[in-house]
Design a protein around this ligand. Sequence first.
Ligand code: PRT
Ligand code: ZN
Length: 296
Amino acid sequence: MDEARLKIAVQKVGRLTEPSLELLARCGLQLSRGKDQLFAYGENMPLDVLFVRDDDIPDLVREDVCDLGLVGLNVLEERRLALGGRCASLESLRSLEFGRCRLSLAVPKEFRYRGVRALAGLRIATTYPQLLERYLRERDVAAQIVRLSGSVEIAPRLGRADLICDLVSTGSTLEANHLTEVETVLQSHAVLIRTPLPLPPPKAEWVERILKRIDGVQQVRESKYIMLHAPRAALGEIRRLLPGSEAPTIIPLEGSTDRVAVHAVCRENVFWETLESLKKAGASALLVLPVEKMLA
Ligand code: PRT
Ligand code: ZN
């Protein structure tokens, strides 16, 4: 493998695979091979993708096999805790908008939940023993942690635990297993992590470029470009109404002394209500466009 090229670890098959590849594609990366293989070559950037199990990503990055990784905060934090101080240098560069979920405590429907403190002496099944242990320790609760490698949601029914600590997104898995969510242990989302070792300048520069592009991608999701015509006298009110915009561009209109064109980037979604208010304030010829790319 070429040492001058960056390597990023991405989940091979799973919930993070598609959004991770989409993010990289939106950052401009064109990959030469399908995701079924272990490795994909970046054709237009010195960035290659290594497809692995998500649980391996923190160590691949920590051990400098990969320079970057896209992984759930839940997996990263669990590994950090398991390694103690040895993992402290594993730096999370960006919080990403995908992979949102929470690690929660959930009890069987018939369980009479009376707060965390009342869990002392009970058995809690989880695949996240470190995060659960920290949560319980911080609250001074002496419960027993039952470490499982999967199918946590059926542990209470099998008599292996009194309650569970598992990832939840929509809640339908809990519902299907007659469990009720009672506490959040960790709010999670995907993160971009980097090697703790310093990178040679060309690689470090590419990491900076990629970070800027990621910021751009994350910003444009909600951003809109808005164009309208307005009487000069209404500009104050119109600027006040434009959601999350910086200084707009004001352009004179040919053949008109009192009307101008206003162009602005709004870093929030523009709703119909906003357009209606703008119209009421005197705006006309309103146009809202999606923003494709943004570089601060
Ligand atoms: O093979 P590999 O080890 O790579 O995959 P995996 O099975 O460990 O991971 P995968 O693909 O299930 O999840 C990868 C990452 O996605 C997790 O580490 C989280 O960061 C994130 N994520 C987001 C989730 C969920 N949402 C999620 N809902 N991971 C798992 N779940 C599971 C949860 O464990 C439960 O079984 O989905 C079920 C609950 O979902 P709801 O929607 O019914 O609440
Ligand atoms: Zn996994």
